[in-house]
Write a protein that binds this ligand. Structure first.
Ligand code: NAD
Ligand code: UGA
Length: 448
């Protein structure tokens, strides 16, 4: 099939390259000339494991190309995916649909023959109706079916998630779109990925409901972690104890510094706004947003408490800046609020991240210094804070770290280390929802 993808960001690029890998003929369009030039040189603008090899293989096989020229790509396509950003609109949290609607207008002028226009961007309920209206108004001759096909991939595992999805959701209003979408995803039938057809508005809501539910699950375990700290219980064992119940499930029960990223924060806000607009409030989601916002600053206070209540003039080494491992994405990363909170109290921050330092430099205060490794970030530090659980931070040489630090304090906001091993090296240690004397921690971790 001939497919055009508009927007070559995380979702557009991964969708384009995976569909090309399925054998389709794909053109990825982006208005950012630098991005397209880089892709045409074989350079990948984002860090996503496995993406570079897949782009190279499919571009080399002639199934994948990149361009800024939307018109020809759309005219030649049977299916056009819209995968542009839908950030939070300033002020009210509503999804900003400017980019989606701009693409709809451009696509309307360019389509040639029956074309299925698929919204892959995460958009509020009713956006598909508006896209269909825009296309009809812009070009009354356009023969299109507008479909919603939300994306559920995670950054850092994007290719695996796209190729082995738990489900594919397709919202259609016209029967003739069904066979086209079945054809797009036919290669995935081999993996037995369930494809679920719904109405367009339902598909749009499924995406927000999924993200909000996952954000709520994380927020729930984060609050349980606080209660564990207050009561002497152990959050990892609580998570395991509830997660083994199949009705609850063990995923997304890792307590941490609060969720971040390009999607949970903006999508929870957007769902709150959708609820308000339809006078059907999403109170659990409203509370989730508020708790998560407060949590990031609370993490800075936790670090300060571990440093004896005062960080003025002290040096804090920070390990991990991106919102999760295996990405260079810094959008809404908890590290931003935590570092700001520490600097507001007079700390000097030296940070290290395996992939995120270029993006971090644009977002963090200019006074932050950067190290080339975890060990360099620890030199003369009064405390070390682990914010993102990159694999390379999982088995650091604690003895070596201690020797280079001014004082041996480790604040582990991802519960990567065990109390006994950190204590053995003479560190003062703080983590999330755990206690030094809680029995069974090691067994629970070993079983994970
Ligand atoms: P992104 O910011 O990485 O990429 C968007 C791209 O669209 C940019 O490269 C931009 O230049 C391009 N663009 C904007 N307007 C354009 C136009 N008129 N013509 C051509 N290109 C244009 O965004 P993203 O993270 O890929 O997210 C895209 C959508 O997918 C969002 O709605 C997001 O919520 C959703 N989503 C993202 C993820 C994720 O992991 N990032 C996962 C699932 C869903
Ligand atoms: C999330 C969803 O998992 C995807 O299904 C969805 O497609 C995507 O948002 C989107 O709509 O963009 P992503 O943001 O890439 O994916 O990453 P997650 O793995 O979900 O992590 C999000 C945040 O939650 C991170 O800050 C992570 O550290 C945090 N998290 C996750 C926890 O604190 N605990 C957990 O147990 C899981």
């Amino acid at each position: 099939m001939k497919i055009a993808i508009i927007g070559a960001g995380y979702v557009g690029l991964v969708t384009g390259v995976c569909l090309a890998d399925f054998g389709h003929d794909v053109v990825c369009i982006d208005k950012d000339q630098c991005r397209i030039d880089a892709l045409n040189r074989g350079e990948i603008p984002i860090y996503e494991p496995g993406l570079a090899d897949l782009v190279k293989a499919n571009a080399g096989a002639g199934r994948l190309s990149f361009s800024v020229e939307l018109r020809d790509a759309v005219a030649g396509a049977e299916v056009v995916f819209i995968a542009v950003g839908t950030p939070s609109r300033r002020g009210d949290g509503h999804a900003d649909l400017t980019y989606v609607f701009a693409v709809a207008r451009e696509v309307a002028d360019a389509v040639d023959g029956f074309t299925v226009v698929v919204t892959k961007s995460t958009v509020p309920v009713g956006t598909g109706d508006e896209v269909a209206r825009i296309i009809a108004n812009t070009n009354p001759e356009a023969d299109v079916a507008v479909v919603s096909n939300p994306e559920f991939l995670r950054e850092g595992a994007a290719i695996e998630d796209f190729k082995r999805p738990d489900r594919i959701v397709v919202g259609i209003e016209e029967e003739r779109a069904r066979s086209v979408m079945n054809e797009v995803y036919r290669p995935l039938y081999l993996n037995q990925a369930p494809i679920m057809f719904t109405g367009r508005r339902t598909a749009e809501l499924i995406k927000y409901a999924a993200n909000a539910f996952l954000a709520m699950k994380i927020t729930f375990i984060n609050e349980v972690a606080d209660l564990c700290e207050a009561t002497g219980a152990d959050v990892q064992q609580v998570a395991r104890g509830i997660g083994l119940d199949n009705r609850i499930g063990s995923k997304f029960l890792h307590a941490g510094p609060g969720y971040g990223g390009s999607c949970f924060p903006k999508d929870t806000l957007a769902l709150v706004k959708i609820g308000q607009d339809f006078e059907s409030p999403m109170r659990l989601v409203e509370t989730t947003v508020a708790i998560n916002d407060q949590r990031k600053r609370a993490m800075a206070r936790k670090v300060i408490a571990s440093c004896g209540g005062d960080v003025r003039g002290k040096t804090i080494g920070v390990l991990g800046l991106t919102f999760k491992p295996n990405t260079d994405d810094m959008r809404e990363a908890p590290s931003i609020d935590i570092i700001q909170g520490l600097m507001d109290k007079g700390a000097h921050v030296v940070a290290y991240d395996p992939q995120g330092m270029d993006s971090a430099r644009e977002l963090l205060p200019k006074e932050v210094d950067y190290a080339d490794s975890a060990y360099e970030a620890a030199i003369d530090a009064d405390a070390l804070v682990l914010i993102t659980e990159w694999n390379e931070f999982r088995s650091l040489d604690l003895g070596r770290l201690k020797l280079s630090m001014k004082s041996a304090v480790l604040v582990d906001l991802r519960n990567v280390y065990r109390y006994d091993e950190v204590a053995r090296h003479g560190f003062a240690y703080a983590s999330i929802g755990r206690h030094g004397d809680s029995r069974g921690t090691s067994e629970a971790q070993a079983a994970e």
